[in-house]
Design a protein around this ligand. Structure first.
Ligand code: UT7
Length: 320
């Protein structure tokens, strides 16, 4: 059967790491509060010359190097971001030019679920025969749309990028590839996590606003639901899963979701302590880390999941 197989992963972080202690010098917060409520200890913040496209390009190049593919092999780039370099053109086209690739390139806007959405879109396009080799990227510079005077949001986010190379391959039933992706949205809740502006309303990008407690409640329920849905349809059970690579918003959400599924935390890749919430970048960043440090191995059954503004949420089951 034809499947989209992950042939390589890559990631990139800005040069500057900012610890909670450093943040507490300019924001009315403390290391204790941030660690206790979120599990976050540090985040990376983009500096001059570092943008969503530069981080995305670096992550994508590393994924291409790991996969051993050349720029001319790529015929599709799908880039998830809520912080594009410009309102238009799509950041994916800037990355395409920087990498020297051809084919189709576009952005997907699904905020923190953006990478799962992009993986679903790219996988569908590959299964339909539109593309043979895709770069799927999640990249963000959330620091540029934070209100640094709002301690309820600015301590939570960070910048970064992650990418995978997907190649269309004829594989046996128990072979590698994306097995199943489920995507959901519920626009009735889009006021709970949003920016207070945009090109067609204020003519600015706006800054992040979040009703954290409500988002938290929805996140735990929606993530548990979509994970159950994927398990049921794929006919795997939670015990079959080798690794869960979740969106990294809050350590307490990761723990609550794992508990609902009956999965031990030893099977959950956690990076929120180091990277904070990097929105669309968090899942591919965590995936790359766990592939490179040898935790995730060829043949492993891996569940990716995310939830974010919109609300949007989804999960993808794949075999490495
Ligand atoms: O990526 C998309 C998905 N996003 C998420 O999943 C985020 C979901 N939400 C959360 O992770 C949590 O709700 C937060 C981490 C955002 C907040 O944690 P919480 O336990 O829900 O705290 P809270 O908002 O109820 O605030 C508790 C207290 C408040 O003080 P009072 O009113 O009890 O006196 C806040 O003013 O903590 C205060 N507070 C802070 N204190 C120190 C809020 N932010 C801070 C801060 N430092 N940075």
């Amino acid at each position: 059967m034809i499947r989209s197989v992950i042939k390589g992963t890559g990631s990139a972080l800005p040069a500057r790491k900012v610890t909670n202690e450093e943040l507490a010098k300019t924001v009315d917060t403390s290391d204790e509060w941030i660690v206790e409520r979120t599990g976050i200890r540090s985040r990376y913040i983009a500096g001059e010359g570092e943008t969503t496209s530069t981080l995305a390009t670096m992550a994508a190049q590393r994924a291409m190097d790991a996969a051993g593919i050349a720029p001319e092999d790529v015929d599709l780039i799908v880039l998830a971001t809520a912080t594009p370099d410009q309102t238009f053109p799509a950041t994916a086209t800037t990355v395409q030019a920087a990498l020297g690739c051809r084919g189709a390139a576009f952005d997907v806007a699904a905020v923190c679920s953006g990478f799962i959405y992009s993986l679903g879109v790219a996988d569908s396009m590959m299964r339909s025969g539109f593309a043979k080799c895709a770069l799927v990227i999640g990249a963000e510079t959330m620091s540029r749309i934070l209100n640094w005077d709002d301690r309820t949001t600015c301590v939570l986010f960070g910048d970064g990028a992650g990418a995978v190379v997907l190649q269309s391959e004829d594989v046996p039933e128990d072979g590698p590839g994306v097995l199943l992706t489920k995507l959901h949205s519920d626009g009735r809740h889009n006021g709970l996590l949003h920016t207070d502006g945009g090109p067609s309303t204020t003519g600015t990008s706006g800054k992040v606003q979040m009703r954290g407690r409500e988002v938290f409640r929805h996140a735990v329920v929606n993530l548990a639901d979509v994970l159950q849905e994927v398990l049921k349809e794929s006919q795997f059970s939670a015990e079959n899963i080798d690794w869960v690579v979740p969106h990294q918003a809050n350590a307490r959400i990761l723990e609550a979701t794992a508990k609902k599924l009956g999965l031990p935390m030893e099977k959950v890749v956690v990076t929120v302590d180091q990277h904070a919430n990097t929105s669309a970048a968090s899942v591919p960043l965590a995936l790359d880390l766990a592939v490179r440090d040898g935790r995730i191995k060829p043949g492993d059954l891996v569940m990716l999941e995310a939830m974010g503004g919109g609300f949007t949420w989804g999960a993808s089951l794949l075999r490495m």
